[in-house]
Design a protein. Structure first.
Length: 116
């Protein structure tokens, strides 16, 4: 079954850290680029980070540069988002996406709540 499952969200105090995980199933993913997006209440979904298929090239939204790190494990079809120094404005539902296959179904996301 083709699906993405995000996990690792939760409630954290400002300045804290979380590590999000996305697991993909349904086919091989080692040649795909991945991305993380987030959607805050009342706002549109926005780009957070992306990683290419080799893992050698990453890009980040300006708002998270220096705080977030995207990585991947092709052997287990996983992509990660290490989030450090979290701020209240980062509160959102975080989603992973197959950047090279936009028709692949999105997951339900994982809620990240940062308390001030």
């Amino acid at each position: 079954q083709a699906q993405l499952i995000e996990s690792g969200g939760g409630l954290v105090q400002a300045g804290g850290s979380l590590r999000l995980t996305c697991v993909a199933s349904g086919r091989a993913f080692s040649s795909d680029d991945w991305a993380w997006f987030r959607q805050a209440p009342g706002k549109e979904r926005e780009f957070v980070a992306t990683i290419n298929w080799t893992g050698q090239r990453t890009t980040y939204a300006d708002s998270v540069k220096g705080r977030f790190t995207i990585s991947r494990d092709n052997t287990s079809n996983r992509v990660y988002l290490q989030m450090n120094d979290l701020q209240p404005e980062y509160t959102a539902v975080y989603y992973c996406e197959l950047a090279t296959d936009p028709l692949f179904p999105w997951g339900r996301g994982t809620q990240v709540t940062v308390a001030s």
